[in-house]
Ligand binder design. Structure first.
Ligand code: A3P
Ligand code: MG
Ligand code: MG
Length: 397
C-alpha cells in the first residue's frame, strides 16, 4: 500500500480523524435507536435568595397561577423594567451551588450505589442512612448543571453558538463546568439595549403566572430579581452514564398530589406567529431547545406566552414535552431527538476516555465551534480549576 504524505495525516487530525478529537459531523452518525434514558428522579432541591445566597431547601419554589382565560391574556412584559435587579454575570459561580448541595446531602449518594442496579429509586425515604466512614465516592459518573447537558443535546443542530466545557475527574466522578468563551463574553457585555429589554420580558412573564403560595396571588408590581432561583437536583442514567444535575425550575402546579418532577412547569415566551415560515422556524429552533431543557429533568409541561413586538403577551399555549418530537415529525430537514441524546451519550463516553487522571487540579477544556469537531486542551493548576478547596477537602476527612 502507498505511504500517505505527512500533510494528509495532519489534515486528518485537524478535521477530527485523530483520537484526540470528537467528530460531530455528519450528525447522521448519531441517528441510532433512542438510547436508554432512565426516568429522572428528584433527589433534592435548593434555593438561591435575592442576594444569591444558597439555602438547602425549597423556599423559592413558585406555584403556577391559572389565568381565567389562557386564550386571552394581556401581560405587559415591559412593565417595571427600570426596577430590574440583575444578577452579576461577571461573578462566576461554576458548580459551587451544586457542590454546596452535595456536601449537605452526601447520604443520598450512598444510596445511589445501592440503587445503581435496581430499577426504582427510593426517593426521599433515604433519610436514615449516613455516608459510610471513608466512602469518598459519590457513585455518580457526571455532575453538572442541567443547562450544560441541554447544550450538549442541542449541539448536532446548533449553527451559531459554540461552547467550552471544563472537565475534572475527582474521586471517580467527572465534573463538567461551562467556561464563558471570549465571544460569549463580548456578546453579553455589548448586548444592545433592545436585547437587554427582551431578556427582561422572559423573567417578567414568570411574575404574571406564579405566586409564592399555592393558589396565591401574583405580585406583578414587585421588582424582578434574577438572583432568585429554585433548583431541582435530578438523578438519572443515560446508557452507561449515571448523571446528577441541577436545573432551575420556574414553578410547580398548585395541586399538591402531584410529585416532582412531574408537577413542574417550564415557562417560556415567544413572538406570536403569522406565517407558516415563522411556525416552521419556531419548531426547528425553539422547540428543540425547549424539548432538550425539559426532557432532561422530566418536566412534562411547557407553558408558552405568545407576545407581540412591544412585549405584550396575548395568549398562552401548553406544550407537552413528550409530544414535541411528534409535533416536529412532519417537518423535513429538522432535528431528531435520538441524534441529540446519542450525541450526548457518545460525547460523555469520549470524556471518560480522555479524562482519566483523577485530580481536582487538572482541567480538560473541551471546545466546540459549529462545523468543527470537539477538541480539547489540558491545564494543570491553572485559572480553569473550578473545584474549590472547601469542596475537595470535605472528602479527605
Ligand atoms: P424566555 O426563554 O421566555 O425568553 P428559562 O426559560 O430557561 O426559565 O429562562 C427564563 C428567561 O431567562 C428567558 O425567558 C430569558 O429571558 C432569560 N434567559 C434564559 N437563558 C438566557 C440566555 N442564554 N441568554 C439570555 N437570556 C436568557
Ligand atoms: Mg427558568
Ligand atoms: Mg422558563
Amino acid at each position: 500500500s502507498q505511504k500517505k504524505p505527512r500533510y494528509e495525516l495532519k489534515r486528518a487530525e485537524d478535521f477530527g480523524g485523530g483520537r484526540n478529537t470528537f467528530d460531530v459531523y455528519p450528525v447522521s452518525r448519531f441517528d441510532l435507536p433512542f438510547p436508554n434514558y432512565r426516568q429522572p428522579s428528584e433527589v433534592g432541591v435548593f434555593s438561591l435568595d435575592t442576594a444569591r445566597d444558597f439555602h438547602n431547601d425549597g423556599r423559592k419554589l413558585r406555584y403556577y397561577v391559572v389565568p381565567p382565560d389562557p386564550k386571552r391574556v394581556n401581560f405587559d412584559l415591559t412593565e417595571g423594567y427600570d426596577t430590574l435587579i440583575k444578577r452579576d454575570e461577571d461573578e462566576k459561580e461554576h458548580l459551587d451551588h451544586i457542590l454546596r448541595w452535595i456536601l449537605k446531602n452526601r447520604r443520598k449518594f450512598v444510596l445511589a450505589r445501592r440503587s445503581i442496579s435496581s430499577s426504582s429509586e427510593t426517593g426521599e425515604q433515604e433519610t436514615g442512612a449516613e455516608h459510610a466512614e471513608g466512602d469518598s465516592q459519590l457513585h455518580t459518573d457526571f455532575i453538572a448543571w442541567r443547562g450544560h447537558f441541554t447544550k450538549l443535546l442541542c449541539t448536532p443542530y446548533e449553527n451559531q453558538d459554540g461552547w467550552t466545557m471544563a472537565v475534572s475527574k475527582f474521586n471517580g466522578t467527572w465534573y463538567i463546568s461551562e467556561v464563558e468563551t471570549p465571544e460569549q463574553r463580548d456578546r453579553r457585555v455589548n448586548m444592545a439595549d433592545r436585547q437587554r429589554q427582551m431578556t427582561y420580558w422572559g423573567y417578567k412573564f414568570e411574575q404574571y403566572l406564579t405566586a409564592a403560595e399555592p393558589r396565591g396571588k401574583t405580585e406583578t408590581s414587585d421588582p424582578v430579581n434574577t438572583n432568585e432561583a429554585f433548583c431541582t437536583v435530578i438523578r438519572t442514567r443515560l446508557n452507561t452514564h449515571s448523571l446528577v444535575f441541577s436545573g432551575e425550575v420556574d414553578c410547580r402546579a398548585a395541586d399538591d398530589h402531584m410529585r416532582a418532577p412531574q408537577c413542574y412547569i417550564e415557562l417560556k415566551t415567544s413572538r406570536e406567529m403569522f406565517t407558516p415560515n415563522q411556525q416552521r422556524n419556531f419548531r426547528r429552533y425553539k422547540l428543540l431547545k425547549w424539548w432538550a431543557q425539559s426532557f432532561l429533568p422530566g418536566v412534562p409541561r411547557i407553558v408558552c406566552g405568545f407576545r407581540d413586538d412591544s412585549g405584550v403577551v396575548h395568549f398562552l399555549e401548553t406544550f407537552k414535552t413528550m409530544e414535541i418530537p411528534n409535533i416536529i415529525k412532519a417537518d423535513s430537514h429538522t432535528w431528531n431527538p435520538s441524534v441529540c441524546v446519542n450525541f450526548c451519550d457518545q460525547f460523555l463516553s469520549h470524556v471518560k476516555k480522555v479524562v482519566q487522571e483523577d485530580n481536582c487540579r487538572l482541567v480538560y477544556l473541551f471546545t466546540w465551534r459549529p462545523n468543527c469537531p470537539v477538541t480539547h486542551t489540558v491545564h494543570r493548576d491553572s485559572e480553569y480549576s473550578f473545584l474549590p478547596d472547601w469542596y475537595t477537602q470535605a472528602f479527605h476527612t
